[in-house]
Write a new protein. Sequence first.
Lengths: 204, 204, 204, 204
Amino acid sequence: MCAALNPAHVPTDRALARRQQVLDAAAECFRRRGFHGASMAEIAKTAGMSAGHIYNLFENKDDVIAAIVERDRDEIVRRIQETLDGEDVMEAMLAAVEDSCHQPDRDAEAALNLEVLAEASRNAKLARVVVNSETVIRRKAMLLIQTALGPKADRLPADDIEARASVLAALFNGLMVLSVSQPDLKQAAVSRVMQRMMRVLLEP
Amino acid sequence: MCAALNPAHVPTDRALARRQQVLDAAAECFRRRGFHGASMAEIAKTAGMSAGHIYNLFENKDDVIAAIVERDRDEIVRRIQETLDGEDVMEAMLAAVEDSCHQPDRDAEAALNLEVLAEASRNAKLARVVVNSETVIRRKAMLLIQTALGPKADRLPADDIEARASVLAALFNGLMVLSVSQPDLKQAAVSRVMQRMMRVLLEP
Amino acid sequence: MCAALNPAHVPTDRALARRQQVLDAAAECFRRRGFHGASMAEIAKTAGMSAGHIYNLFENKDDVIAAIVERDRDEIVRRIQETLDGEDVMEAMLAAVEDSCHQPDRDAEAALNLEVLAEASRNAKLARVVVNSETVIRRKAMLLIQTALGPKADRLPADDIEARASVLAALFNGLMVLSVSQPDLKQAAVSRVMQRMMRVLLEP
Amino acid sequence: MCAALNPAHVPTDRALARRQQVLDAAAECFRRRGFHGASMAEIAKTAGMSAGHIYNLFENKDDVIAAIVERDRDEIVRRIQETLDGEDVMEAMLAAVEDSCHQPDRDAEAALNLEVLAEASRNAKLARVVVNSETVIRRKAMLLIQTALGPKADRLPADDIEARASVLAALFNGLMVLSVSQPDLKQAAVSRVMQRMMRVLLEP
DNA sequence: GATGAATGAGCCTTCATTCAT
DNA sequence: AATGAATGAAGGCTCATTCAT
């Protein structure tokens, strides 16, 4: 409220709330129209503010999508932690696979993620954010894999655990791609095969 | 040679060659700058012709990327056929996985594929082309899987074979995503885990 | 003044003034170069603003010419009303005919009107605007004709009054065409014949 | 056939026939899409020849529309001559008015004529062609008016006859404009009023 | 904090016209 | 005579971004 109490660049609570509004709006617009297809004007309208004001909250359009990536990362990390906190990790992962195959709004998620990845493959700044996010997620996933493996995990080299985490990510990302390339997926059968993969990945 | 045998819309050899020029140029530009980032002017310049002339060869920009997708599909189908024609399918697939993990220009490939998928997730016409292409590829991949499974394949339901093909595609696509999200991939270790997945997929 | 009283799409005074600037500029450019010949860039430059900004004030180029048509309509209706408010309608109409034959900038007017009509004959949206405008004008002209006819007007069928209004419009429009097809018009003689027509039209 | 027998610039019969093909095609295209809306490619296709070849028959696009104007002029002159050759000029003119009000493809004719006039109002070369055509037509129409007036015509000044011809043209052109600005014209009533005008014009 | 007017660069696409064959 | 490949200029329109208020 008072500038003197609020050193430069430290956003106020109000600003943080406004940022969330923008991120919600932007995520929706990017999903619907893609990163390039969604205009700042459209995002602003969806967020209920003027286009100009977004530039008080974010550096530019890239900065907005970067913030979305980071928010998504936090959500994923939170979900992995939940799994870790649960009783049966393997059970939870199989359920996650099942979910991923069936959830009906996979397409919208996929659209946004693909947009981010495509953009990241030629936007260095966004690439950095994506890589960092994935690193954080992978580290968390490694914990999960070790938990699933149980005591035997200790006998495996660290590289092997990390590789399993990478392939775990690849499987989920591959599933995401399928939602575009094969919209009429035989969900039940694919879910079964995917669960098979998951078991192999989480067992020594 | 004879006009009567060459109805209006059958492209001449020259036109076909020019189309290839455009596709080569466009693939390169899309890789470098993305679908929206690459301008028709840039593509034309790369292809060594005027921007206007591209519109004598293709309906519009979408048509260009669609043709790229179809050309890539043919190349993939050709490679699968080669594998089928070879001696040991399993061996070939493990080598393909190994290759996929190491090949240094994975990034460029990935950039283009992600661009296509992202665009397809909100461009109905391109989506149709992508889905059709993937269907053709999947059908071919099912043959490959059946060959790998050998006589036991007959005991498995068709849906299971198709699901394996879907997951096969997911694995390769997931690997492609990794080239963006994890550029410092531990290639050797990942290759090992991926090969493990492949074996499970191709054995009953 | 109060935002609550000024919903999103109600243009501000400033916006209205800017729109007038654009209409003035566009009318001039259309006259000089025709609807297709005049570029938005040229209009923008003439109006003293950027081309992009015109699209904050108008939907597109069609919308600009439609607005011109509506503004012209209002001006014509106003002039008819003035005539109705005057003492001697017949006298005023004869003077209007005289004016139409002599006024030296008839050509510029004609160029714009012909442009509008030509465009309207194959642009459905503009056609609707033109037809509506002409309907409003004709209704007003019918009042004028009834006034000129005096009490005897009541004995005439409504269709006859409307037909006279239509022919009245046809005469003025025909005169406009002459300014293109016969620039060396014998103005005095034509004026005399036209006034004859007018008298026939306005007398029972 | 043999160039030696065919001095420069004198078109062969074949060339004349090809020109007619182009004019037919162009008239149709201009009617449908307007002068600017119709592309040379479209005209060529409609005429059943290549776009390039049109440039062997006509100087450019303007030249094509100019030729259409001249062909139309000849047709109109021919029709006036027919009327002159008939028994009762007045009767014929009243019938012509009736026709003009009812003929259902008035719109297509109007579209083309308006296009020509609009273009002529800012294309000097086409303007010259239009003005010349109208002059020829008017001269012919003056004959017609004198015939209708009978012996009393001799007492009228030449300017008066010409002015009547001008207004005659204005009436028909005005009717043409109505087909755009008032498509739901009350044809019967308008026809009656128009015939009244015609009678006044053709009687002393 | 918040607005929205304003810009200017750039993009896809079209088209009249030319020219080698 | 005839084709159609090829060009290059231009045009309508969009949009991220800035800035005065």
